[in-house]
Design a protein around this ligand. Structure first.
Ligand code: IMP
Ligand code: MG
Length: 183
């Protein structure tokens, strides 16, 4: 997959570079699915996608998990239109689904400061799941504030602002099939 300033999806913005292309991502998501399948031998598995950023990753990922599962979503807003974490995490939607006694896999697009995950994991843990783990497509490894392990990680991410495959800048570029940094 090639991407350039000529890509009509880019609204005239230039890419610095494509960091992970669509073929790469598909292969990695298949591996993650196999890892997750192997990690959960029995019990109810609920895959909880953190909207909006995880929507494409989650839809690809669950199709690579070869066991029964349910899907639900959470919305946590932390960024506004900027590219710097505000640390001000708001939970906009709380899933109705009962979490008690279930294996919960929280799916996130990218771990940056870790503030979003700290807050959400605290909330989810209080509902007594059987297990509670994090799967993040991208991990910037600058999350010195993160109090939880990320059990499943797609890629270590460069310390650049990334867009595409669900990730946005001011709500644009979520629909790029690849992950890129903007100029
Ligand atoms: P944290 O709370 O600082 O870890 O922020 C995590 C959230 O910020 C992610 O779920 C994304 O929505 C957003 N975010 C962090 N880094 C990036 C990036 O490089 N591109 C797009 N969104 C990002
Ligand atoms: Mg997000």
């Amino acid at each position: 997959m090639s991407a350039s300033t000529a890509d009509p999806r880019l609204e005239g913005r230039a890419l610095k570079r494509v960091v992970f292309d669509a073929v790469d991502i598909a292969a990695r998501v298949r591996e993650l699915g196999a890892e997750i399948t192997a990690a959960y031998p029995d019990g109810d598995l609920l895959v909880l996608g953190l909207l909006k950023g995880s929507f494409i990753f989650l839809s690809d990922l669950v199709r690579q998990i070869n066991r029964p599962l349910h899907v639900d979503f959470l919305v946590a807003a932390s960024y506004g239109d900027g590219t710097v974490s505000s640390g001000n995490v708001r939970l906009v939607y709380d899933p109705e689904t009962l979490l008690e006694g279930k294996h919960i896999l929280l799916v996130e697009d990218i771990v940056d400061t870790g503030r979003t995950l700290n807050r959400l994991m605290d909330l989810l843990k209080a509902r007594n799941p059987r297990s509670l783990e994090i799967c993040a497509l991208l991990h910037k490894h600058i999350a010195d504030e993160l109090r939880y392990d990320v059990k499943f990680t797609g890629y270590d991410a460069p310390h650049e602002f990334l867009v595409g495959y669900g990730l946005d800048h001011a709500e644009s570029f979520r629909h790029l099939p690849y992950i890129a940094s903007l100029l």
